[in-house]
Design a protein around this ligand. Structure first.
Ligand SMILES: [Zn+2]
Length: 461
Protein backbone atom coordinates (compact mmCIF):
# COMPACT_ATOMS: atom_id res chain seq x y z
CA UNK A 1 0.00 0.00 0.00
CA UNK A 2 1.91 3.10 -1.21
CA UNK A 3 1.89 6.15 1.05
CA UNK A 4 2.26 9.84 0.20
CA UNK A 5 3.08 12.67 2.59
CA UNK A 6 2.42 16.30 1.68
CA UNK A 7 3.87 18.81 4.12
CA UNK A 8 4.20 22.58 4.71
CA UNK A 9 1.31 23.55 2.38
CA UNK A 10 -1.49 26.00 3.14
CA UNK A 11 -4.31 23.43 3.45
CA UNK A 12 -7.95 24.34 2.82
CA UNK A 13 -10.02 21.35 3.91
CA UNK A 14 -13.56 22.48 2.91
CA UNK A 15 -14.80 20.31 5.79
CA UNK A 16 -17.93 21.21 7.79
CA UNK A 17 -15.86 23.51 10.03
CA UNK A 18 -14.08 25.10 7.07
CA UNK A 19 -10.73 24.34 8.73
CA UNK A 20 -7.55 25.69 7.17
CA UNK A 21 -3.97 24.80 8.19
CA UNK A 22 -1.41 27.46 7.14
CA UNK A 23 1.44 24.95 7.69
CA UNK A 24 -0.40 21.74 7.02
CA UNK A 25 -0.31 18.51 5.15
CA UNK A 26 -1.89 15.22 4.23
CA UNK A 27 -0.93 11.62 4.79
CA UNK A 28 -2.32 9.39 2.06
CA UNK A 29 -2.47 5.62 1.98
CA UNK A 30 -3.68 3.59 -0.96
CA UNK A 31 -5.55 6.48 -2.56
CA UNK A 32 -7.42 7.68 0.52
CA UNK A 33 -6.67 10.36 3.13
CA UNK A 34 -5.48 8.82 6.38
CA UNK A 35 -4.55 12.07 8.16
CA UNK A 36 -4.94 15.79 7.54
CA UNK A 37 -3.72 18.59 9.81
CA UNK A 38 -0.66 20.59 10.89
CA UNK A 39 2.59 19.26 9.40
CA UNK A 40 4.00 18.75 12.90
CA UNK A 41 1.29 16.17 13.69
CA UNK A 42 1.76 14.02 10.57
CA UNK A 43 3.96 10.89 10.30
CA UNK A 44 7.55 11.81 9.31
CA UNK A 45 8.01 9.06 6.70
CA UNK A 46 6.18 7.90 3.56
CA UNK A 47 6.96 6.23 0.22
CA UNK A 48 6.88 9.70 -1.34
CA UNK A 49 7.30 12.99 0.52
CA UNK A 50 6.52 16.35 -1.10
CA UNK A 51 7.31 19.66 0.57
CA UNK A 52 4.78 22.20 -0.73
CA UNK A 53 5.97 25.26 1.14
CA UNK A 54 4.52 28.32 -0.62
CA UNK A 55 1.62 26.37 -2.15
CA UNK A 56 -2.10 26.55 -1.42
CA UNK A 57 -3.67 23.07 -1.50
CA UNK A 58 -7.40 22.46 -1.94
CA UNK A 59 -9.70 19.48 -2.53
CA UNK A 60 -9.84 18.66 -6.25
CA UNK A 61 -12.36 20.74 -8.16
CA UNK A 62 -15.45 18.92 -9.41
CA UNK A 63 -16.67 19.77 -12.90
CA UNK A 64 -20.39 19.06 -13.06
CA UNK A 65 -21.19 19.77 -16.73
CA UNK A 66 -19.20 19.49 -19.95
CA UNK A 67 -19.29 18.18 -23.53
CA UNK A 68 -15.69 17.14 -24.16
CA UNK A 69 -16.21 16.61 -27.91
CA UNK A 70 -16.84 20.33 -28.35
CA UNK A 71 -13.13 21.12 -27.87
CA UNK A 72 -12.95 20.34 -31.61
CA UNK A 73 -15.38 23.14 -32.50
CA UNK A 74 -14.21 26.04 -30.37
CA UNK A 75 -14.42 29.46 -31.99
CA UNK A 76 -16.03 28.18 -35.22
CA UNK A 77 -16.66 31.50 -37.04
CA UNK A 78 -20.37 31.05 -37.97
CA UNK A 79 -21.16 30.04 -34.37
CA UNK A 80 -19.25 32.84 -32.69
CA UNK A 81 -22.07 35.37 -32.41
CA UNK A 82 -25.25 33.34 -31.90
CA UNK A 83 -27.78 32.49 -29.21
CA UNK A 84 -28.21 28.88 -28.10
CA UNK A 85 -30.66 27.65 -30.76
CA UNK A 86 -28.77 29.26 -33.67
CA UNK A 87 -25.44 28.13 -32.25
CA UNK A 88 -26.74 24.53 -32.04
CA UNK A 89 -28.24 24.61 -35.54
CA UNK A 90 -24.89 25.80 -36.92
CA UNK A 91 -22.90 23.12 -35.12
CA UNK A 92 -25.15 20.01 -35.32
CA UNK A 93 -24.16 19.23 -38.98
CA UNK A 94 -20.46 19.58 -38.10
CA UNK A 95 -20.85 17.32 -35.04
CA UNK A 96 -22.62 14.77 -37.27
CA UNK A 97 -19.17 14.11 -38.80
CA UNK A 98 -17.56 13.06 -35.48
CA UNK A 99 -15.75 9.73 -35.50
CA UNK A 100 -14.80 7.47 -32.58
CA UNK A 101 -11.20 8.74 -32.67
CA UNK A 102 -12.50 12.33 -32.35
CA UNK A 103 -14.36 11.43 -29.17
CA UNK A 104 -11.12 9.89 -27.85
CA UNK A 105 -8.82 12.81 -28.64
CA UNK A 106 -11.26 15.52 -27.49
CA UNK A 107 -11.79 13.70 -24.19
CA UNK A 108 -8.05 13.69 -23.58
CA UNK A 109 -7.80 17.37 -24.52
CA UNK A 110 -10.63 18.48 -22.23
CA UNK A 111 -9.46 16.35 -19.32
CA UNK A 112 -5.89 17.63 -19.65
CA UNK A 113 -7.13 21.21 -19.53
CA UNK A 114 -9.30 20.38 -16.57
CA UNK A 115 -6.44 18.67 -14.72
CA UNK A 116 -4.23 21.70 -15.30
CA UNK A 117 -6.91 23.86 -13.70
CA UNK A 118 -7.27 21.79 -10.51
CA UNK A 119 -10.08 19.45 -11.53
CA UNK A 120 -9.97 15.84 -10.32
CA UNK A 121 -13.51 14.66 -11.15
CA UNK A 122 -15.37 15.57 -14.31
CA UNK A 123 -18.85 14.88 -15.49
CA UNK A 124 -19.27 14.76 -19.25
CA UNK A 125 -22.48 14.78 -21.25
CA UNK A 126 -22.04 13.01 -24.61
CA UNK A 127 -25.31 13.01 -26.55
CA UNK A 128 -24.24 12.44 -30.20
CA UNK A 129 -22.97 9.09 -31.42
CA UNK A 130 -22.37 9.47 -35.16
CA UNK A 131 -20.34 7.13 -37.34
CA UNK A 132 -20.03 4.35 -34.78
CA UNK A 133 -18.99 6.57 -31.85
CA UNK A 134 -19.74 5.23 -28.38
CA UNK A 135 -19.48 6.39 -24.80
CA UNK A 136 -16.90 3.60 -24.48
CA UNK A 137 -14.48 5.77 -26.57
CA UNK A 138 -14.68 8.51 -23.96
CA UNK A 139 -14.35 6.14 -21.01
CA UNK A 140 -11.23 4.54 -22.55
CA UNK A 141 -9.66 7.97 -23.17
CA UNK A 142 -10.43 9.16 -19.64
CA UNK A 143 -8.77 6.08 -18.13
CA UNK A 144 -5.45 7.11 -19.68
CA UNK A 145 -5.64 10.63 -18.19
CA UNK A 146 -6.21 9.49 -14.61
CA UNK A 147 -9.18 11.74 -13.74
CA UNK A 148 -12.42 10.47 -12.27
CA UNK A 149 -15.25 10.44 -14.80
CA UNK A 150 -19.02 10.67 -14.41
CA UNK A 151 -19.82 9.54 -17.95
CA UNK A 152 -23.28 10.69 -18.96
CA UNK A 153 -24.94 8.58 -21.64
CA UNK A 154 -26.71 11.42 -23.41
CA UNK A 155 -29.36 10.98 -26.07
CA UNK A 156 -31.50 12.79 -28.63
CA UNK A 157 -34.69 11.23 -30.03
CA UNK A 158 -36.74 14.23 -31.17
CA UNK A 159 -35.53 15.27 -34.63
CA UNK A 160 -36.63 18.16 -36.78
CA UNK A 161 -39.27 16.10 -38.61
CA UNK A 162 -41.07 15.48 -35.30
CA UNK A 163 -40.85 19.10 -34.13
CA UNK A 164 -37.48 18.94 -32.33
CA UNK A 165 -34.47 21.21 -32.90
CA UNK A 166 -31.72 18.81 -34.10
CA UNK A 167 -31.62 17.44 -37.66
CA UNK A 168 -32.87 13.86 -37.97
CA UNK A 169 -29.34 12.77 -38.90
CA UNK A 170 -28.10 13.15 -35.29
CA UNK A 171 -31.02 11.59 -33.38
CA UNK A 172 -31.44 7.93 -32.46
CA UNK A 173 -34.30 5.50 -31.77
CA UNK A 174 -35.54 5.20 -28.21
CA UNK A 175 -35.16 1.45 -28.27
CA UNK A 176 -31.46 1.66 -29.12
CA UNK A 177 -30.82 4.47 -26.62
CA UNK A 178 -32.31 2.51 -23.72
CA UNK A 179 -30.58 -0.75 -24.69
CA UNK A 180 -27.21 0.99 -24.95
CA UNK A 181 -27.80 2.83 -21.66
CA UNK A 182 -28.39 -0.46 -19.88
CA UNK A 183 -25.28 -2.00 -21.47
CA UNK A 184 -23.13 0.93 -20.35
CA UNK A 185 -24.39 0.86 -16.76
CA UNK A 186 -23.76 -2.87 -16.53
CA UNK A 187 -20.31 -2.57 -18.13
CA UNK A 188 -18.87 0.49 -16.38
CA UNK A 189 -20.85 1.87 -13.43
CA UNK A 190 -18.96 1.52 -10.15
CA UNK A 191 -21.06 2.57 -7.12
CA UNK A 192 -18.25 2.10 -4.57
CA UNK A 193 -16.35 4.92 -2.75
CA UNK A 194 -13.28 5.86 -4.78
CA UNK A 195 -14.96 4.90 -8.09
CA UNK A 196 -13.03 6.13 -11.14
CA UNK A 197 -16.02 5.68 -13.49
CA UNK A 198 -19.71 6.15 -12.89
CA UNK A 199 -22.45 6.17 -15.51
CA UNK A 200 -25.28 8.70 -15.64
CA UNK A 201 -28.33 8.75 -17.94
CA UNK A 202 -28.75 12.10 -19.64
CA UNK A 203 -31.36 12.75 -22.35
CA UNK A 204 -30.13 16.02 -23.83
CA UNK A 205 -32.84 18.69 -23.44
CA UNK A 206 -36.60 19.26 -23.69
CA UNK A 207 -36.27 20.33 -27.34
CA UNK A 208 -34.35 17.22 -28.50
CA UNK A 209 -35.93 14.35 -26.54
CA UNK A 210 -39.45 12.89 -26.37
CA UNK A 211 -41.42 12.69 -23.11
CA UNK A 212 -41.42 8.91 -23.39
CA UNK A 213 -37.64 8.76 -23.44
CA UNK A 214 -37.48 11.06 -20.40
CA UNK A 215 -39.81 8.76 -18.44
CA UNK A 216 -38.14 5.52 -19.55
CA UNK A 217 -34.64 6.87 -18.81
CA UNK A 218 -35.74 7.80 -15.29
CA UNK A 219 -37.18 4.32 -14.74
CA UNK A 220 -34.02 2.63 -15.98
CA UNK A 221 -31.72 4.89 -13.93
CA UNK A 222 -33.69 4.22 -10.75
CA UNK A 223 -33.68 0.50 -11.38
CA UNK A 224 -29.85 0.60 -11.30
CA UNK A 225 -29.36 3.44 -8.79
CA UNK A 226 -27.56 5.73 -11.26
CA UNK A 227 -28.14 9.47 -11.51
CA UNK A 228 -30.00 11.57 -14.09
CA UNK A 229 -28.85 14.73 -15.81
CA UNK A 230 -30.15 17.10 -18.48
CA UNK A 231 -30.11 20.71 -19.68
CA UNK A 232 -32.99 22.76 -18.31
CA UNK A 233 -34.34 26.31 -18.38
CA UNK A 234 -31.26 27.52 -20.25
CA UNK A 235 -32.98 30.12 -22.44
CA UNK A 236 -36.31 31.87 -22.93
CA UNK A 237 -36.59 30.06 -26.31
CA UNK A 238 -36.63 26.76 -24.43
CA UNK A 239 -39.29 28.03 -22.03
CA UNK A 240 -41.51 28.93 -24.98
CA UNK A 241 -40.86 25.56 -26.63
CA UNK A 242 -41.96 23.74 -23.45
CA UNK A 243 -45.10 25.86 -23.09
CA UNK A 244 -46.03 25.28 -26.75
CA UNK A 245 -45.28 21.56 -26.90
CA UNK A 246 -45.90 20.26 -23.37
CA UNK A 247 -48.16 22.91 -21.87
CA UNK A 248 -45.72 23.40 -19.00
CA UNK A 249 -42.78 25.59 -18.14
CA UNK A 250 -39.52 23.55 -18.06
CA UNK A 251 -39.62 22.71 -14.33
CA UNK A 252 -43.30 21.76 -14.48
CA UNK A 253 -42.47 19.50 -17.41
CA UNK A 254 -39.74 17.79 -15.34
CA UNK A 255 -42.30 17.09 -12.61
CA UNK A 256 -44.66 15.71 -15.24
CA UNK A 257 -42.07 13.17 -16.51
CA UNK A 258 -40.88 12.14 -13.02
CA UNK A 259 -37.60 14.00 -13.27
CA UNK A 260 -37.35 15.45 -9.76
CA UNK A 261 -35.41 13.91 -6.88
CA UNK A 262 -31.99 13.88 -5.25
CA UNK A 263 -30.75 11.67 -8.09
CA UNK A 264 -31.37 14.47 -10.65
CA UNK A 265 -29.21 17.45 -11.52
CA UNK A 266 -29.83 20.13 -14.12
CA UNK A 267 -27.41 22.21 -16.19
CA UNK A 268 -28.01 25.98 -16.27
CA UNK A 269 -31.49 26.37 -14.68
CA UNK A 270 -31.49 30.10 -15.40
CA UNK A 271 -35.11 30.83 -16.28
CA UNK A 272 -36.87 29.75 -13.08
CA UNK A 273 -39.22 31.54 -10.70
CA UNK A 274 -39.34 31.38 -6.88
CA UNK A 275 -41.88 28.59 -6.88
CA UNK A 276 -39.66 26.48 -9.18
CA UNK A 277 -36.62 27.10 -6.96
CA UNK A 278 -38.84 25.76 -4.17
CA UNK A 279 -39.53 22.61 -6.23
CA UNK A 280 -35.78 21.97 -6.60
CA UNK A 281 -35.25 22.53 -2.87
CA UNK A 282 -38.13 20.28 -1.83
CA UNK A 283 -37.03 17.41 -4.07
CA UNK A 284 -33.27 17.99 -3.54
CA UNK A 285 -32.48 18.41 -7.26
CA UNK A 286 -29.00 19.78 -7.97
CA UNK A 287 -28.09 22.69 -10.23
CA UNK A 288 -24.95 23.33 -12.31
CA UNK A 289 -23.91 26.93 -12.82
CA UNK A 290 -22.02 27.46 -16.13
CA UNK A 291 -21.28 31.19 -16.06
CA UNK A 292 -18.95 31.47 -19.10
CA UNK A 293 -21.33 29.58 -21.38
CA UNK A 294 -24.30 31.59 -20.15
CA UNK A 295 -22.44 34.82 -20.90
CA UNK A 296 -21.02 33.58 -24.21
CA UNK A 297 -24.44 32.58 -25.58
CA UNK A 298 -26.22 35.55 -23.95
CA UNK A 299 -28.50 33.08 -22.15
CA UNK A 300 -28.88 34.98 -18.88
CA UNK A 301 -27.70 34.81 -15.25
CA UNK A 302 -28.77 31.91 -13.01
CA UNK A 303 -30.19 32.85 -9.59
CA UNK A 304 -27.39 31.22 -7.60
CA UNK A 305 -27.90 33.27 -4.44
CA UNK A 306 -31.59 32.31 -4.38
CA UNK A 307 -30.78 28.63 -4.93
CA UNK A 308 -28.29 28.69 -2.08
CA UNK A 309 -30.71 30.49 0.23
CA UNK A 310 -33.37 27.85 -0.53
CA UNK A 311 -30.90 25.02 0.24
CA UNK A 312 -30.43 23.78 -3.34
CA UNK A 313 -27.06 22.12 -4.04
CA UNK A 314 -25.11 24.13 -6.62
CA UNK A 315 -21.98 23.06 -8.48
CA UNK A 316 -19.88 24.70 -11.19
CA UNK A 317 -19.47 23.46 -14.76
CA UNK A 318 -17.31 24.73 -17.60
CA UNK A 319 -19.95 23.44 -20.09
CA UNK A 320 -19.04 22.27 -23.57
CA UNK A 321 -15.91 23.82 -24.86
CA UNK A 322 -17.63 25.31 -27.91
CA UNK A 323 -19.57 27.69 -25.66
CA UNK A 324 -16.86 28.72 -23.21
CA UNK A 325 -14.40 28.19 -25.16
CA UNK A 326 -12.19 26.49 -22.64
CA UNK A 327 -12.10 24.02 -19.78
CA UNK A 328 -10.37 25.98 -17.00
CA UNK A 329 -12.35 25.03 -13.92
CA UNK A 330 -10.56 27.32 -11.48
CA UNK A 331 -11.21 30.09 -14.03
CA UNK A 332 -14.89 29.08 -14.05
CA UNK A 333 -15.03 29.37 -10.26
CA UNK A 334 -13.73 32.90 -10.73
CA UNK A 335 -16.38 33.59 -13.40
CA UNK A 336 -19.12 32.41 -11.01
CA UNK A 337 -17.71 34.69 -8.32
CA UNK A 338 -17.57 37.72 -10.64
CA UNK A 339 -20.94 37.09 -12.31
CA UNK A 340 -22.65 36.85 -8.92
CA UNK A 341 -21.43 40.40 -8.30
CA UNK A 342 -22.69 41.59 -11.70
CA UNK A 343 -26.12 40.24 -10.72
CA UNK A 344 -25.92 42.07 -7.38
CA UNK A 345 -25.10 45.26 -9.24
CA UNK A 346 -28.05 44.86 -11.61
CA UNK A 347 -30.41 44.40 -8.66
CA UNK A 348 -29.25 47.52 -6.83
CA UNK A 349 -26.42 46.50 -4.51
CA UNK A 350 -24.82 49.92 -4.71
CA UNK A 351 -28.06 51.57 -3.60
CA UNK A 352 -28.67 49.13 -0.76
CA UNK A 353 -27.72 50.00 2.80
CA UNK A 354 -28.73 46.57 4.07
CA UNK A 355 -25.73 45.18 6.01
CA UNK A 356 -27.15 41.67 5.61
CA UNK A 357 -26.89 41.83 1.85
CA UNK A 358 -23.64 39.96 1.29
CA UNK A 359 -21.55 39.50 -1.84
CA UNK A 360 -20.35 36.01 -2.77
CA UNK A 361 -16.93 35.49 -1.20
CA UNK A 362 -13.92 33.81 -2.82
CA UNK A 363 -14.16 30.92 -0.34
CA UNK A 364 -17.86 30.50 -1.11
CA UNK A 365 -17.04 30.26 -4.83
CA UNK A 366 -14.37 27.63 -4.07
CA UNK A 367 -16.91 25.75 -1.96
CA UNK A 368 -19.26 25.58 -4.98
CA UNK A 369 -16.39 24.21 -7.07
CA UNK A 370 -15.56 21.46 -4.54
CA UNK A 371 -18.18 20.44 -1.95
CA UNK A 372 -21.01 21.90 -4.02
CA UNK A 373 -20.02 19.88 -7.08
CA UNK A 374 -19.61 16.66 -5.08
CA UNK A 375 -23.10 17.11 -3.60
CA UNK A 376 -24.61 17.75 -7.03
CA UNK A 377 -23.10 14.49 -8.35
CA UNK A 378 -24.25 12.65 -5.23
CA UNK A 379 -20.70 11.70 -4.24
CA UNK A 380 -19.77 11.68 -0.56
CA UNK A 381 -16.22 10.37 -1.13
CA UNK A 382 -14.85 13.55 -2.75
CA UNK A 383 -15.11 17.35 -2.37
CA UNK A 384 -13.24 17.88 0.91
CA UNK A 385 -9.97 16.91 2.57
CA UNK A 386 -11.09 14.67 5.41
CA UNK A 387 -10.01 11.33 6.83
CA UNK A 388 -11.43 8.49 4.73
CA UNK A 389 -12.11 10.59 1.64
CA UNK A 390 -10.36 10.16 -1.71
CA UNK A 391 -6.89 11.71 -1.90
CA UNK A 392 -8.00 14.13 -4.65
CA UNK A 393 -6.42 17.56 -4.47
CA UNK A 394 -4.57 20.31 -6.33
CA UNK A 395 -1.87 22.73 -5.27
CA UNK A 396 -0.79 26.10 -6.62
CA UNK A 397 2.49 27.85 -5.91
CA UNK A 398 1.38 31.38 -5.01
CA UNK A 399 4.92 32.78 -5.10
CA UNK A 400 4.54 33.91 -8.70
CA UNK A 401 3.91 37.09 -10.63
CA UNK A 402 0.15 36.62 -11.01
CA UNK A 403 -0.41 36.46 -7.23
CA UNK A 404 2.33 38.85 -6.20
CA UNK A 405 1.13 41.45 -3.72
CA UNK A 406 -2.10 39.51 -3.13
CA UNK A 407 -1.33 36.05 -1.80
CA UNK A 408 0.71 37.60 1.02
CA UNK A 409 -2.58 39.02 2.37
CA UNK A 410 -4.85 36.03 1.72
CA UNK A 411 -3.43 33.15 -0.32
CA UNK A 412 -6.77 31.33 -0.60
CA UNK A 413 -8.79 34.27 -1.91
CA UNK A 414 -5.93 35.14 -4.26
CA UNK A 415 -6.74 31.99 -6.26
CA UNK A 416 -10.13 33.52 -7.10
CA UNK A 417 -9.49 37.26 -7.10
CA UNK A 418 -6.34 37.09 -9.21
CA UNK A 419 -6.11 35.82 -12.79
CA UNK A 420 -6.13 31.99 -12.70
CA UNK A 421 -3.01 30.10 -13.75
CA UNK A 422 -2.02 26.53 -14.50
CA UNK A 423 -1.90 24.62 -11.25
CA UNK A 424 1.36 23.00 -10.12
CA UNK A 425 0.05 19.67 -8.85
CA UNK A 426 -3.13 17.69 -9.39
CA UNK A 427 -3.49 14.37 -7.61
CA UNK A 428 -6.34 11.88 -8.04
CA UNK A 429 -6.62 8.98 -5.62
CA UNK A 430 -3.02 9.57 -4.52
CA UNK A 431 -1.71 9.44 -8.12
CA UNK A 432 -0.13 12.47 -9.81
CA UNK A 433 -1.86 13.70 -12.97
CA UNK A 434 -0.09 17.08 -12.96
CA UNK A 435 3.39 17.53 -11.54
CA UNK A 436 5.33 20.81 -11.59
CA UNK A 437 2.74 22.35 -13.93
CA UNK A 438 2.76 19.56 -16.56
CA UNK A 439 0.36 16.71 -17.28
CA UNK A 440 2.36 13.54 -16.61
CA UNK A 441 -0.14 10.98 -17.95
CA UNK A 442 -0.06 12.24 -21.57
CA UNK A 443 2.23 14.00 -24.03
CA UNK A 444 0.66 17.47 -24.24
CA UNK A 445 2.51 18.56 -27.40
CA UNK A 446 1.47 15.48 -29.40
CA UNK A 447 -2.07 15.80 -28.07
CA UNK A 448 -2.40 19.39 -29.36
CA UNK A 449 -1.08 18.35 -32.78
CA UNK A 450 -3.51 15.43 -33.15
CA UNK A 451 -6.41 17.47 -31.77
CA UNK A 452 -5.82 20.30 -34.24
CA UNK A 453 -5.66 17.84 -37.14
CA UNK A 454 -9.00 16.32 -36.07
CA UNK A 455 -10.58 19.77 -35.68
CA UNK A 456 -9.46 20.83 -39.18
CA UNK A 457 -10.76 17.61 -40.74
CA UNK A 458 -14.12 18.00 -38.98
CA UNK A 459 -14.65 21.51 -40.33
CA UNK A 460 -13.50 20.69 -43.85
CA UNK A 461 -16.14 17.92 -44.07
ZN1 LIG B 1 -24.31 21.77 -21.93
Amino acid sequence: MPTLLIKHAYIVTMDDHQREFPDGGLFVRDGFIEQVGPTSELPPEADEILDLNGHVLLPGLVNTHHHFYQTLTRVVPPAQDANLFNWLKTLYPIWARLRPEDIFISTQTALSELALSGCTTASDHLYLFPNGSKLDDEIAAAKETGLRLQASRGSMSLGESKGGLPPDSVVDTEEHILKDSQRLIESYHDPKPGAMTQVVLAPCSPFSVTSDLMRESAKLARQYGVHLHTHLAETEDEEQFCLDRFGHRPVGYMQEVDWVGEDVWFAHAIWVNDEEIGVFAKHKCGVVHCPSSNMRLASGIAPIKEYRAAGVNVGIGVDGSASNDGSHLLGEVRQAFLLSRVKEGITGYSLSNDPNRKLMTAREALYLGTRGGAAVLGRTDIGSLEVGKCADFFAVNVNRLEYSGGAVHDPVSALVFCQPVRVDYTVVGGRFVVREGCVVTLDERKLVEKHNQAAKRLLSG
